[in-house]
Design a binder for this molecule. Structure first.
Ligand code: ADP
Length: 267
């Protein structure tokens, strides 16, 4: 098999994007899409930055809902697909915008998913972007092989890995990091999400998943990757995300907002 004939068009289309970041997780449900959204909101609070959030979690697309734009449609023009603008400097694209019904299931085999991934990378007209944040499916599937191959050709900064403190999540993170190493993608760092819960009534902190903290940090030390920080479990993150609103704008003074901004700062 020769080189993929679509690669030059992908590289060309992504050439006006300064930073490209993949958001990965070993398991589903650890907050990967939530973190992709929070990262995108956080970056776009700087009005001088143009930010794009691309949803490549084809079977479980959730960025439009979390960014509050799920009723929008994507238009196609001579320059490609125009992403949906959530703010002047924040745009997004997702297969969710193309589905006939919100709850239509995507039952596609690998090759069809691969075609769509290519189309998103090649035909979305982002114009100029400072950051493209890419949400991916959980695990290390065929889609990851395609996404990382095309993004690597286009000069990706690297991957940010999201986990919870739970042992089963950490186990899968090891596989994710091994995948990045084999695929030649730099690991920018690890974020531990849902790390501790402060009860709003008694103000006491509980560790939901483990009796002790520090699993993510210990794993980073062991594997020689950067620990970017922990984001606590805060029910308002889930609520604002369900309402398609920015948690950071709604609760700027919360410990979770500071934690999220610290992670973004550490990136
Ligand atoms: P993934 O993309 O890894 O499958 P999601 O981002 O969809 O996971 O998150 C799973 C669920 O957990 C969602 O309901 C989300 O609102 C919630 N969630 C994620 N992070 C937090 C957090 N730090 N605090 C509270 N709820 C969270």
């Amino acid at each position: 098999k020769g080189p993929d004939p679509d690669i030059p068009a992908i590289v060309e289309n992504l050439s006006n994007i300064k930073h490209k970041i993949l958001v990965l997780s070993g398991k589903g449900g650890v907050g990967k899409s939530t973190f992709t959204t929070l990262l995108s909101w956080a970056l776009s609070t700087d009005e001088d930055l143009q930010v794009g959030a691309m949803d490549l979690d084809i079977c479980g697309p959730s960025l439009p809902h979390m960014l509050g734009c799920s009723d929008e449609v994507v238009h196609e023009s001579s320059t490609g697909w125009t992403p949906v603008y959530v703010a002047d400097n924040l745009a997004t694209i997702s297969i969710q915008f193309m589905l006939p019904e919100d709850d239509s299931a995507i039952i596609w085999r690998g090759s069809k998913k691969n075609q769509l991934i290519k189309k998103f990378l090649k035909d979305v007209d982002w114009d100029r972007l400072d950051y493209l944040v890419v949400d991916t499916p959980p695990g290390t599937s065929d889609e990851h092989i395609s996404i990382s191959k095309y993004m690597k050709e286009s000069g990706i900064d690297g991957a940010l890995v999201v986990t919870t403190p739970q042992e089963v999540a950490l186990l899968d993170v090891r596989k994710e990091i091994d995948f990045c190493r084999k695929a030649g993608i730099a690991v920018l760092g690890l974020v531990e999400n849902m790390s501790g819960f402060v009860c709003p009534n008694c103000k006491g902190e509980s560790q939901i998943f483990k009796p002790t903290t520090g699993g993510g940090k210990a794993l980073c030390d062991e594997l020689g990757i950067r620990f970017l920080g922990s984001v606590p479990l805060d029910p308002r993150i889930g609520r604002t995300s369900d309402q398609g609103e920015s948690f950071l704008d709604n609760y700027p003074d919360s410990p979770a907002s500071s934690a999220i901004l610290d992670v973004v700062e550490a990136l």
